[in-house]
Design a protein around this ligand. Sequence first.
Ligand code: ZN
Length: 139
Amino acid sequence: MKYRKFGGVFLIRLMKGEEVIKSLTDFSAKNKISLASFSGIGAVQKAEIGFYELKNKKYLWKKINEEMEVLSIIGNVSSLDKKPFIHAHIVLADRNFRAYGGHLKEAVVGATLEIVLLKVKGKVERKFDEEIGLNLMDL
Ligand code: ZN
């Protein structure tokens, strides 16, 4: 990973082979980022995406083991158990220009992944919501 900081804005370039969620979690911890929004574009070699079925309170997971363009990754950083927590959604496109999208569990970077992260002053902790079955922002 390479990055540069411009005020509260970080330009981040993830490198081939790096895991997206893990890298952004480690980056947030190292840079004391507890609240942020981010977006990006690039490519991945593989990814696992999910669809949350509210009635069963479970994710349906899909693994994609091929090179895909990242048409869009968008997400936020908040805190879970006082550690940075990344919530990201992604839209991917394959070589036939078909798009897939969902909640991003993890992905491995292909050619590059360019992220713009906007740090926000403050902290929002996530709390488990029994009705929904997820750790939601406690605002
Ligand atoms: Zn999600």
